[in-house]
Design a protein around this ligand. Structure first.
Ligand SMILES: [Zn+2]
Length: 167
């Protein structure tokens, strides 16, 4: 039985990435997510990975590249201080990073703005205006149904950064 799409959509800002997927990242990259068990008073990582499941792969690739450079090239160890969605895009805050690491993070965040936050699809992904969400057509429809929105004001244009660099 297929899960009805509209119920699979998380309520933005309330639910984080599925615990199973978060734990997978924590297990693969324990040094990057060293602060995962800290209280929310000590680190924003106490909130967990506050994005939809669709960005799991982006985070997985980002963390694997970051950790590889630390292990192989003696780059500083990046420690995530907060991972969340903001204005329809991924934000990955750390305790410090060098220029190369900064570039990787920037690229991952730009990529998220072209990737459905719910399922990871990159096909015909759009962003809404106002309260920005980044979704594929199927999940945009589900999102609107869930909220009783009849007419989505789609921007068709991605964020300023993406517009400048990808169009
Ligand atoms: Zn989707």
């Amino acid at each position: 039985m297929t899960k009805p799409v509209m119920y699979s959509y998380r309520t933005i800002g309330i639910y984080s990435m599925d615990k199973k997927l978060q734990d997978k990242l924590y297990k693969k990259y324990p040094k990057i997510f060293k602060d995962r068990n800290r209280s929310i008073r000590e680190s924003c990582m106490g909130w967990g990975i506050d994005t939809g499941n669709g960005w799991y792969k982006i985070l997985d690739i980002l963390c694997s590249l970051l950790q590889w450079d630390t292990d192989e090239n003696k780059y500083p160890q990046v420690v995530a201080s907060q991972v969340k969605e903001k204005y329809g895009g991924l934000r990955f805050y750390t305790n410090g990073e060098n220029d190369t690491q900064h570039g990787m993070i920037k690229f991952a965040c730009a990529l998220s703005e072209l990737t459905c936050e719910e399922c990871g699809s990159m096909t015909d992904v759009t962003q809404t205006s106002g309260w920005i969400v980044t979704l594929c057509p199927e999940h945009m429809k589900a999102y609107n149904t869930q909220r009783g929105i009849k007419d989505t004001k789609k921007t068709d244009k991605h964020s300023k950064y993406v517009k400048q660099n990808f169009n």
